[in-house]
Design a binder for this molecule. Structure first.
Ligand SMILES: Cc1cc2nc3c(=O)[nH]c(=O)nc-3n(C[C@H](O)[C@H](O)[C@H](O)COP(=O)(O)OP(=O)(O)OC[C@H]3O[C@@H](n4cnc5c(N)ncnc54)[C@H](O)[C@@H]3O)c2cc1C
Length: 303
């Protein structure tokens, strides 16, 4: 069954919206030119009704948060599923011991709360553009730590619409990976903790943000670091430094430029598409291999 037939089924579920052949250029931080079907789900109940319908009708989908770590193809063969769950911002007017948060909440909102209240542990996601769901999927992190350090439970709905609660253990996450999701699972929320309050955290977050602003092209259309700097497989120096050494900083291919500010970032200079960035990634990988014999895996999701 195709997406058009699905529109009838979906129309029967309250709080689910289907937009066909939508311009999705603004749905990724890289702003790649992209068109696709978008299913927006506005409540947990709606998601629990929708997923079994998609499963029964053999419609696969891709979940999209802020699109900060996804390169969207020009035309997507699969529909995107986006969560837009209600969230009362006044919940963050006070400090809680534990936070129950929807997956669609943005990390920047949580970061503001952390700055205001000096929440220990929450400095780990400073400056990462993401939805909470996307950050959990990726185990997003910075030099200050990874989000898994402050997650107690993750709430998930599976392809049959059944909810489950994942109690986070050491083995639940590794570098930029979760180890508990199965195909068709959607993260719907999480319980976060903190490790107390300290004014030093407020200063640390502000300083780290300023550092990122100085060293990364945060005002341009990018998807963050292109290549992984996995400590386990680190090859003497980070990917960005290697790209700098082979003098590819500022290199332009089609409408993609390797950022002159930080060589592990690629910038969409305007109107770039999926093929442009994939080609540029492959040029850089070939040069790295040729000149230094090193291979770096992409951090950004190509599919
Ligand atoms: C300027 C910039 C700086 C960045 N800096 C960092 C950094 O310092 N550290 C870092 O770790 N990352 C960084 N990133 C990358 C990106 O912000 C993170 O990977 C982030 O976690 C992506 O979140 P998202 O909501 O945009 O997810 P998306 O990119 O939309 O999705 C990422 C993956 O998660 C899946 N997913 C999303 N939501 C859900 C859900 N609810 N349930 C199940 N699966 C889901 C998607 O299907 C996809 O596979 C940066 C990106 C940019 C643009």
């Amino acid at each position: 069954m195709g997406i058009s037939s699905l529109s009838k089924l979906v129309s029967e579920i309250k709080e689910v919206e289907l937009e066909e052949s939508k311009d999705l250029t603004k749905y990724s931080t890289m702003r790649l030119v992209a068109v696709g079907d978008l299913i927006t789900v506005k409540s947990l109940l709606a998601l629990k009704k929708l997923l079994p319908v998609l499963t029964k009708t053999n419609i696969e989908f891709r979940v999209i948060g802020w699109g900060a770590n996804q390169l969207l193809p020009k035309t997507s063969d699969l529909p995107y599923l986006m969560l837009s769950f209600p969230f009362e911002k006044s919940y963050l007017d006070e400090v809680h011991e534990e936070y129950i948060l929807p997956a669609s909440v943005s990390l920047s909102v949580l970061s503001s709360h952390a700055v205001k209240n000096g929440l220990k542990g929450w400095e780990v996601f400073t400056g990462i553009p993401a939805s909470l769901g996307g950050a959990l999927f990726m185990n997003a992190g910075t030099n200050l730590g990874e989000i898994c350090n402050i997650v107690k439970e993750v709430f998930v709905v599976n392809k049959l619409g059944i909810e489950r609660k994942v109690i986070v253990k050491e083995s639940s996450f590794s570098y930029r990976k979760n180890h508990f999701l199965e195909k068709g699972d959607v993260i719907t929320g999480a319980k976060l903790i903190h490790h107390g309050q300290s004014p030093e955290i407020t200063t640390q977050i502000k300083d780290y943000l300023a550092l990122r602003n100085r060293t990364q092209p945060l005002k341009e259309s990018t998807c963050g670091c292109i290549f992984k700097n996995d400590k386990k497989t680190n090859k003497v120096c980070p990917a960005g430094m290697f790209i700098d050494i082979i003098e590819m900083k500022g290199f332009i291919n089609k409408k993609i430029q390797i950022s002159p500010k930080h060589a592990n970032f690629m910038v969409n200079t305007g109107g770039a598409n999926f093929e442009d960035i994939c080609e540029t990634i492959s040029i850089v990988q070939k040069e790295l291999k040729l000149q230094y014999g090193v291979e770096f895996e992409t951090e950004v999701k190509l599919k």
